[in-house]
Write a protein that binds this ligand. Structure first.
Ligand SMILES: *Cc1c(COP(=O)(O)O)cnc(C)c1O
Length: 357
């Protein structure tokens, strides 16, 4: 017996890494909770995607993303050579940072924003420079410019629309960021809800990488599939570095069918947007929540007269899950994903009962 404790060999710089906190809902329990904590799509996948999965027989075979790239390319309107598909958009963030960062190289994060940019930077030995957003969640481009000149970060991560704030940036802000000498990753995980995208710029803008996902608009979060629209040389490099079968056959089948049924899915996107507006008004009327305007499928709310975490826990006791925002700037905020009309009505009834004195 060898008593050597191999855990002593772990990278020291990762030992105190915070674990990602998520509500663990068993698959068998998913019909019993109202799950509004992870920005999933409450309307569910396309029936054609479900039928495609049920009919598939070749699970014994490795499948590759090459058969899916042309369909994605025609959906976004670029050549297939720009498309790299990943095991969720998250995997592409990791692959990108791995491909660009040497130990000590910097990335820029614009908090409050998606926490994965900084996480994968640290996993890949990078340094994170935070350029906080202003109170209205716009970008402080002047400070960003100074940071780029001084610290020469390799990548600037811009979620547009942003998570957890729901904010869409102005064209002018985006243009000013794109003019900087760094790779700009525009994370458009919520583009279909916002109705705006920069994918058409990628072929002529060699410092722009647009990240997209099937998790939100196409209701495929559990299958893990996202893609990058990248300058061809960057796409080519990611193909050299990634594991060969990073996208599973089920995700390929479901994504292909989803694109063939995009009218169905985009009609549901419009329902989510309509529900979002109704829910925002109803939340405002409760009196103790202050929703921020959103261009996504979720709503950020400031909580007055009670504690955000306490409110989350009280809802969880009623089997309604929402997120208490973890970004330090937004400790008094909750984030609510838009549900079906019935789920939103149940949520509103519970929130009314929980109105603080
Ligand atoms: C959901 C989300 C993603 C991607 O999610 P995947 O499920 O990994 O595709 C990327 N960025 C933001 C801001 C998100 O909210």
């Amino acid at each position: 017996m060898n008593g050597f404790d191999a855990s002593t060999l772990l990278r020291q710089d990762l030992l105190n890494f915070p674990p990602y906190r998520m509500a663990a809902v068993k698959i068998a329990d998913m019909d019993r909770v109202i799950k509004l904590d992870a920005n999933e799509n409450a309307f569910g996948p396309s029936p054609k995607a479900l039928a495609g999965l049920a009919a598939m027989r070749h699970w014994n075979r490795y499948a590759t993303q090459d058969e899916l790239r042309p369909a994605i390319a025609s959906y976004v309107g670029v050549d297939p050579a720009h498309i790299v598909v990943g095991n969720g958009g998250d995997e592409l963030l990791d692959l990108l940072e791995r491909a660009f960062l040497n130990r000590g190289d910097a990335i820029v994060d614009l908090p409050p924003s998606f926490e994965m940019y900084a996480k994968y930077a640290e996993v890949n030995g990078g340094r994170v420079i935070a350029v906080p957003r202003r109170a209205d969640f716009s970008i402080d481009v002047d400070t960003l410019k100074r940071v780029v000149a001084q610290d020469k970060p390799k990548i600037i991560f811009v979620a547009n629309p942003n998570n957890p704030t729901g904010t869409l940036l102005s064209r002018e802000e985006i243009e000013r960021v794109l003019a900087l000498p760094a790779l700009v990753v525009l994370d458009e995980a919520y583009a279909e809800f916002a109705g705006e995208s920069y994918v058409d710029r990628v072929p002529t803008q060699p410092n722009l990488f647009v990240l997209r996902s099937f998790s939100k608009w196409a209701s495929l979060a559990g299958l893990r599939i996202g893609y990058g629209v990248a300058p061809v040389r960057i796409a080519d490099q990611l193909f050299r570095n990634k594991s060969p079968y990073n996208v599973n056959a089920a995700a390929i089948v479901a994504a292909q069918a989803s694109l063939e049924d995009k009218e169905y899915l985009l009609a549901n996107v419009r329902r989510v947007v309509a529900e979002r507006e109704r829910l925002t008004d109803a939340l405002t009327r409760l009196g103790y929540l202050q929703p921020f305007p959103s261009r996504t499928n979720f709503i950020l709310c400031r909580v007055k007269r009670c504690d955000a975490r306490g409110l989350r826990d009280a809802l969880a006791e009623r089997n309604i899950l929402i997120r208490a925002v973890t970004n330090p700037q937004l400790r008094d905020c909750i984030r609510i994903s838009v549900g079906t009309p019935e789920q939103n009505a149940t949520l509103l009834r519970a929130l009314e009962e929980l109105t603080p004195a």
